[in-house]
Design a binder for this molecule. Structure first.
Ligand SMILES: Cc1cc2nc3c(=O)[nH]c(=O)nc-3n(C[C@H](O)[C@H](O)[C@H](O)COP(=O)(O)OP(=O)(O)OC[C@H]3O[C@@H](n4cnc5c(N)ncnc54)[C@H](O)[C@@H]3O)c2cc1C
Length: 390
């Protein structure tokens, strides 16, 4: 039976099998897949949808393959998502064009509403505009606090899936778990603009790499351009968000945006962080809430989709018949899915901090773009979701 949007008072009438905290990419998929298995699922987000989210909005080929495995390709068609086939990289005045396996550009404003609707269609209940905190997790269940305006209530659930992203605090509230932030971690920022620079090529990511970070831009389905960046916190302190982005763009050979400094910039906490361990008693962390590294070309949503789908059967089993090995099973499954890919991205993003090396690499790739192909194909290879029930 299809689920529905519910109120905070409806939410406290029941003991839930699974409460998913955060209706971003990983949370909505986890809620959908767990509901399909038969769990009674509540999906909660503190935001009211539709909402903007700091993201470059590029779904890479791996993300598209996971959406296909989950029978969700129709979302790309319905959203009129433009195909994306390559990335222009510029470091200083050096440039390279690297073809990518076909991905798509879709705003989070649109995508996240559709994914939470899909979770409801599978039977999950949806509660928006409500912030969740973990009160405790005892032998039998977890107690959560829900806050929506003046309403402040407690609910119980057998299992929590924490999909609360980089900004969420559930990891810090979970006994035995810590959120580890890597030193020298950069900050994520993004803004939308309707200004399309002369010479801007739709269907490609434009990426400018500078000393203080890198800035990507991509035109999404409704024609606006999402500008997203990973920035050095010291540079932000000196020049502000817009000022830092503008300087990196100006130093590149890419088409110029007007009014970058005046756009409405949104930021994230430090990007490179990890929740250790990625599961606690009756609590499983997914997506960015489990761990993230700097974005590169579309890995974040691909990993969030795959881990959301993969946590669902484990959370479902835990709700039915909890056993102490299940947190360990999730940690092992997440490692199998992501560890190698995260290592490669960490290496790439670290090497981008050396401007001279980056300029050399971009010069080389400008002449011999095929050298990047093995890495690009390896990162974009589809996840094998052993546990997706169909
Ligand atoms: C600058 C930048 C650019 C990026 N560009 C790309 C890109 O082009 N392609 C790509 O694939 N990835 C990109 N990413 C990464 C991508 O955005 C994330 O990896 C992805 O959104 C992770 O999804 P998630 O579901 O784990 O978390 P999120 O999408 O962040 O969702 C978390 C949700 O939890 C909610 N929440 C938080 N706390 C609470 C609470 N206490 N109670 C209730 N709700 C709560 C939030 O409101 C939010 O809706 C980028 C990231 C950054 C920072």
């Amino acid at each position: 039976m299809a689920g529905r949007k519910i109120s905070i008072h409806d939410a406290c009438r029941d003991i839930w099998d699974i409460v998913v905290i955060g209706a971003g990419v990983s949370g909505s998929i986890a809620a959908r897949e767990a509901a399909r298995l038969g769990s009674r699922v509540l999906l909660v987000d503190k935001a009211v949808f539709p909402r903007r989210k700091v993201c470059g909005c590029f779904l890479n080929a791996n993300a598209l393959a996971t959406l296909a495995q989950l029978d969700l390709t129709h979302l790309l068609v319905a959203g009129d998502a433009p195909p994306v086939r390559g990335v222009f990289v510029s470091a200083g005045r050096r440039q390279a064009y690297l073809p990518l396996p076909t991905g798509a550009a879709l705003s989070r404003h649109w995508l996240d509403v559709q994914l939470s609707d899909e979770a409801m269609a599978a039977g999950a209940s949806l509660l928006l505009g409500t912030e969740v905190h973990l009160l405790d997790n005892d032998v039998e269940r977890c107690r959560l606090r829900l806050i929506c305006g003046d309403n402040d209530v407690e609910i119980s659930t057998r299992i929590v899936v924490a999909a609360d992203g980089l900004t969420g605090g559930i990891a810090r509230e979970t006994p035995g778990c810590t959120r580890v932030i890597q030193s020298h971690s950069r900050i994520g920022v993004s803004a939308a603009t309707t200004f399309v620079p002369k010479g801007y090529k739709p269907g490609t990511i434009q990426m400018a790499i500078g000393r203080d970070g890198y800035v990507g831009s991509l035109q999404v389905e409704d024609g606006h351009i999402e500008i997203a960046a990973s920035l050095d916190p010291a540079a932000i302190r000196r020049s502000g968000l817009g000022g830092t982005v503008q300087r990196i763009l100006q130093q590149s050979a890419l088409p110029r945006f007007e009014g970058v400094g005046e756009l409405k910039w949104q930021g994230t906490p430090p990007l490179s962080c990890q929740t250790l361990p990625a599961a606690g008693h009756r609590i499983f962390f997914v997506g960015d809430a489990a761990g993230y590294i700097e974005p590169f070309t579309g890995e974040g949503m691909a990993w969030a989709l795959a881990s959301g789908a993969s946590v669902a059967p484990i959370a479902h089993q835990a709700a039915r018949n909890y056993s102490k090995d299940l947190p360990g099973r999730w940690i092992a499954e997440r490692k199998r899915l992501l560890r190698g890919r995260m290592r490669l991205c960490r290496l790439v993003t670290r090497s981008l901090r050396n401007q001279r090396l980056t300029e050399l690499n971009v010069t080389l790739l400008g002449h011999l773009p095929f050298l990047a192909r093995p890495f690009i194909l390896w990162l974009n290879r589809p996840h094998i979701l052993t546990s997706v029930p169909r």
